[in-house]
Design a protein around this ligand. Structure first.
Ligand code: URP
Ligand code: ZN
Ligand code: ZN
Length: 471
């Protein structure tokens, strides 16, 4: 690997903004100084660009079976699109539902990602149910595989929803191992009843997806998860927070000193519930869960981000083609596969709507798009910052570019873009992963076997006795 020097750019981390050169050697940042001279190094001119740490997307669903089908972006298209968008590491949800041994799920996810990852990655282990065996297996597997995060759903009653008892058990394991427990907070059982009532009343259009999942049911589930996590003594991470009700619960809990983090996603900050009313079934493009909310919920989300009461931005990438799998729900909104294509635009939409519009600072942007996730999920300081010794995961970002997001130009394997027509300021021009170009001058030059599985360290080490794998 040739050495590289990035020169002339403005380095931005979660805490600092300054001009300096960066020397990259053996995949790492070897030196940061006002002027670096090394005749053997390739020079990368970053004049006029921000030099950001690579984005970390803590919430993706690639090649995932869901809603009787499977997502349309797999690891190849998903990670390439992520790289174009400035993301160099993803944490994907590994589904264990239906597996007798949790390790089988890891094997399946390894098969999916093998030779198909253009960027680095890790997994969160998704738990629907725990029995005597899997309860024993879970802590060992987390340690063995270097996984620091468990995911539990309080929704999707027919597929993944866990009981409160299972949720509590997951929190206990979180407490014992130091794993963060991520929760999708919606009251799935009540939603199921509302969905049934809507259908009985003959309401089949996409908008009923939103109307049967009111924000109160997200707020209620968020509060329940917060209290259960607190009783168990676990760290809770609330995924895809969409509404004032949930934000308020998170703020109240954090003010009491509870160990709670929150994530939101670009569509909740920029789109609203009226998108589901689009004619000709186009509302189906905007069906995901929790749903888009009335526009009044956007301000509380921005305010919570600004106040650092919400810490991270996930994409919740979970894509289905409109002229394909979304049509499964043409006559019944409850059969529309839930999810949208966001992995590519997460970074740029937050920069443009957040920084360029003066809602958040440049340093807070870096924190939300990269650093906080690295810290919460055990990747920091290997990833999530620009510092000597960190992986050379770097985005050269031109803040002067204006462009329009469109499915015509995106790289995801879907026929629509939920941000179609949105004019954004700024664009990732080149992206390096561990010192190698993945994107160079807006062209993909990476390789699908360069992306590496990153083992993370649990906050608590199991004792030697506990760590004995049962037969
Ligand atoms: N968000 C969504 O609708 N699909 C992905 C699964 C989830 O995160 O709930
Ligand atoms: Zn979810
Ligand atoms: Zn998700």
């Amino acid at each position: 690997m040739t050495k590289k020097i990035i020169t002339g750019g403005t380095i931005v981390t979660a805490t600092d903004t300054y001009k300096a050169d960066i020397l990259i050697e053996n995949e790492k940042i070897a030196q940061i100084a006002a002027k670096i001279i090394d005749s053997e190094a390739e020079i990368i001119d970053a004049t006029g660009k921000y030099v950001f740490p690579g984005g970390i997307d803590p919430h993706t669903h690639l090649d995932m079976p869901f809603n009787n089908t499977v997502t349309d972006d797999d690891w190849e298209s998903g990670t390439i699109a992520a790289a174009f968008g400035g993301t160099t590491t993803i944490l994907d949800f590994c589904l264990t539902a239906g597996e007798t041994k949790l390790s089988n799920a890891i094997e399946k996810w390894n098969e999916k990602s093998k030779g198909k990852a253009a960027i680095d990655y890790g997994y969160h282990l998704m738990i629907s149910d725990l029995n005597e065996e899997t309860e024993k297996e879970l802590p060992l597997l987390l340690e063995k595989e270097g996984i620091t995060s468990i995911k539990v759903f309080m929704a999707y009653a027919k597929e993944f929803q866990a009981t409160d008892r299972t949720l509590y058990k997951a929190f206990k394991i979180g407490k014992e191992t130091g794993a963060v427990v991520m929760v999708h907070c919606e009251n799935g059982s009540v939603i199921d009843e509302l969905v049934e009532q809507a259908k009985l009343a003959g309401n089949t259009a996409p908008i009923y997806h939103a109307l049967t999942r009111p924000p109160e049911l997200e707020g209620e589930a968020t509060k329940r998860a917060i209290e259960l996590a607190h009783v168990a003594g676990a760290t809770l991470y609330v995924v895809h927070v969409t509404c004032k009700e949930a934000v308020d619960e998170i703020i109240k809990a954090r003010e009491k000193g509870y160990d709670v983090y929150g994530e939101t996603c670009p569509p909740y900050l920029t789109l609203d519930q009226t998108a589901l009313e689009k004619p000709n079934f186009e509302g189906a493009k905007y069906v995901w869960s929790p749903p888009l909310r009335p526009i009044s919920h956007q301000e509380p989300l921005w305010n919570a981000l600004k106040a650092k009461q919400l810490q991270t931005i996930g994409s919740d990438q979970c894509s289905f083609n409109f002229n394909g799998k979304k049509q499964l729900g043409l006559n019944d909104f409850s059969k529309i596969p839930n999810g949208g294509p966001f992995i590519e635009d997460r970074f740029s939409v937050l920069y443009s709507e957040g920084v360029a519009k003066g809602r958040i600072s440049l340093n807070d942007f870096v924190d939300m798009i990269s650093t906080s996730a690295a810290k919460i999920f055990g990747l920091y300081p290997q990833k999530g910052t620009i510092a000597v010794g960190s992986d050379a995961d770097i985005v050269l970002f031109d803040p002067s570019v204006k462009r329009t997001i469109s499915a015509q130009t995106h790289h995801m394997n879907v026929d629509y873009n939920a941000f179609e027509g949105l004019e954004v300021t700024g664009e990732p021009i080149s992206v390096l992963l561990r010192g190698e170009y993945v994107i160079k001058d807006k062209q993909f030059v990476g390789s699908l076997d360069y992306g590496k599985y990153i083992k993370r360290k649990l906050a608590k080490k199991l004792s030697d006795e506990e760590a004995v794998v049962p037969n």
